[in-house]
Design a protein around this ligand. Sequence first.
Ligand SMILES: [Fe+2]
Length: 254
Amino acid sequence: MTETHYTLPGCPVPIALLTDAHDADPAPVLASVRANAPALIAVAGDLIRGRKPTLGARMAESRNALALLTACARLAPTFVSLGNHEAYLSRDDLDVIRATGAALLDNSWTALDLGGARLVVGGLTSGYYTAYQRTGATEKTVHSPAPETGWLDGFAAEPGYHVLLMHHPEYIRFLPPAVELALSGHAHGGQWRFYDLLQRQWRGVYAPDQGLFPRLTGGVVDGRLVISRGIGNPAGVPRLFNGPEVVYIAGPRT
Ligand SMILES: [Fe+2]
């Protein structure tokens, strides 16, 4: 388990970013989170088991993911947003997530005071969830459906330090300028990583919704989008030079 630490100016409290758990064993993740003692834990989607988002999959079947949320919620305020693998969950499944003690942010936001700062935390739900709920469209019938963004302006106008959980890094195009920090996963680091000698950086080979040689697979983009390479591996092919990753973000003085 790789721990990656980023320092971002203005970040008022230490934050842990967990993504793409895909029902992986929670033990190594929890050991890392306990050791790092973040003030806030962001779980930015793709909790559930399975290689593909699966019709009929139920949240209760992903016991490791639920155990992860339950343990995190005991350690620090924990927020969850929905990824594409959650696309076909029912309203009852969302209640199963809420029962862990983590706060589910489904195209919604909440504000809280932490460490003397006011944080405004939102969750931008995967467009795949929104499309399925609205029209029954599945990933077989719709490609990269747009998320529901109508609420983002109100979220951004709320005073405080804005943290937006958004599973899909390609949603960077929807980010209001006032949002200081966005947290993503989904790309799994591009599955196989290689060192690009021309660009002098590690790059990924493929990511869903971005295709071959994706631009957004890890690291910090535009100083405010932090992308985790994720914890689990549902793809059925091994991850190369791309170990599971837990990300920590803090300000210079936190
Ligand atoms: Fe995903």
